[in-house]
Design a protein around this ligand. Structure first.
Ligand SMILES: Cc1cc2nc3c(=O)[nH]c(=O)nc-3n(C[C@H](O)[C@H](O)[C@H](O)COP(=O)(O)O)c2cc1C
Length: 188
């Protein structure tokens, strides 16, 4: 069975190394794993509980639908001011009261040798919103200041490609074991 991974970058930057890493991972993924990269984090309005329910903005509705339709989430984010970038935290806040993310398998990638303060906080946040956040699955490459083109090339180097493929295989099998936790339907 094909596993559908939704990849979310915490950076809204055009030439983001984290977004480029997620896009490059798509090209090395084994055949039975598809990766869709969500690049609409900047389109989500600032979260307010007042906007939940019938007034849910369309961009948020579409985001929740993508999360629901996926078998797992792969998140890769920069560190901003020793923490999670506001855009990513805002996206996560939108998910807290819904049931799309509760049992959703989640793993982290990271495109820098730095950013460990952010990673610690993000791990705390993700283990709060999902019982299926897997802290042990983590793929990291030091790609700070690299261009999207060079990131593509770096990931295709045999040693990196092998680790990336194994990471994706491990994440896909984790998603398979957690699959039964998905709710049967969603009302959006
Ligand atoms: C507003 C801002 C704040 C940042 N704060 C930190 C920080 O606290 N610690 C750190 O290691 N890097 C910090 N950085 C650097 C980014 O984490 C780093 O450049 C990252 O690789 C960018 O990811 P991206 O290429 O996906 O956008 C900051 C960058 C910006 C723009």
């Amino acid at each position: 069975m094909t596993m559908k991974i939704l990849a979310i970058s915490g950076s809204a930057r055009q030439s983001s190394t984290n977004t480029a890493l997620l896009r490059a991972m798509r090209t090395v993924a084994p055949n039975d794993i598809t990766i869709d990269v969500f690049d609409g984090i900047g389109d989500l309005p600032v979260f307010s509980p007042d906007l939940e329910g019938p007034d849910l903005p369309d961009s948020v509705r579409a985001f929740m639908r993508m999360i629901f339709d996926s078998d797992g989430l792969l998140i890769s984010s920069p560190e901003y001011v020793r923490s999670i970038p506001g855009g990513l935290k805002n996206a996560i806040d939108w998910l807290v009261s819904g049931d799309q993310v509760v049992g959703k398998p989640i793993a982290l990638a990271h495109a820098s040798h730095r950013g460990d303060d952010m990673l610690t906080i993000l791990r705390t946040v993700l283990s709060t919103i999902s019982a299926s956040f897997n802290e042990n699955l983590f793929f990291r490459l030091p790609l700070m200041n690299e261009t999207p083109e060079s990131i593509q090339e770096i990931l295709k180097r045999p040693a990196n490609r092998q680790v990336a493929e194994q990471f994706l295989r491990d994440f896909a099998s984790f998603c398979r074991t957690q699959g039964h936790d998905r709710p049967d339907s969603i009302i959006l």
